[in-house]
Design a protein around this ligand. Sequence first.
Ligand code: UTP
Length: 306
Amino acid sequence: MDISKVIIPAAGIGSRFLPYTKTIPKEMLPLGSKPAIHYIVDEGINSNIKNFFIVTSRSKYSIEDYFDTSPELATFLKDISKESLLSDIEKMIRAADFTYVRQAEMLGLGHALWLARHSIQKEYFGVMLPDDIITGKNAGLDQIIRVARQEKASVIAIQEVPSECIPLYPIIDIKKQITPNLFQVSSICEKPHQKDAPSNLAVVGRFVLSHKIFASLEQMMTYSVGEELLLSDAINTMMQNNEKVFAYKIQGTRYDISTPIGWIKAIIGTSFQNPQYAPHIKRFLEDLGTADSFMFNQVKNIEHTL
Ligand code: UTP
């Protein structure tokens, strides 16, 4: 099973991050010196993805510009011998193709995927939600691609969540447990109440899907014209049409940057993994935990770093 294409739906309004997202897409929130979407594409490339189809919307031009060359800047940096500052992103641009699809009306994640349907032939493809930054030893998407190859079927990434967080996520109902980390799914329940939840296994933002998902989306569109199309409903429809779907407990740390607090945690967490930032952040946080912290001692300064 060759999986070389990924759809990144990035057209959402980002209302939980307003007013920032009024003009700047949340996918361009910085984590260190790189925007969040850089981490997503990096994970995709580390999962052998060659084609990225990014669904965008108005006021999201900065995403397209980021994955494009900038000859003037490159010349300027070369003149001052600082061309290495762009080497990571230039390598990324050479490693993959980027294609953009516009979503004019925000009719949901399912609708965003449906708009990219012409990019996908009769094949399995990846979906990466740019709100979920996954770090760890093995690329998150690659983990579920391996399971998809093994099971020859669609696979959803899942994580156990505490019961109070259940109403925030689509939750899977298990048909069969295959290994401690692998399940066959019988249905997905979109953001259930804690008491109605079929499990505590939440769907997170990585999928490998059969092209048959588009037929399910098409089927849903005929009876819900103009309504939000949920990906969970489309996956349920696909299972009702006798397509097997598996769920795999993804290994790694997941940061949800769709809210300011989630993003702040992502900045701190990813900084700790960066040897350039880690010692500074560690000292800063250690100081915050002391009675003599700069927070209380007005004559003490924050350690500034170049
Ligand atoms: P969310 O449900 O997080 O929506 O979408 P959102 O607009 O990004 O954020 P909030 O809820 O208003 O704060 C999950 C993913 O699906 C994409 C989003 O960009 C995000 O990556 N999406 C959602 C679309 O591409 N189009 C849509 O119509 C809805």
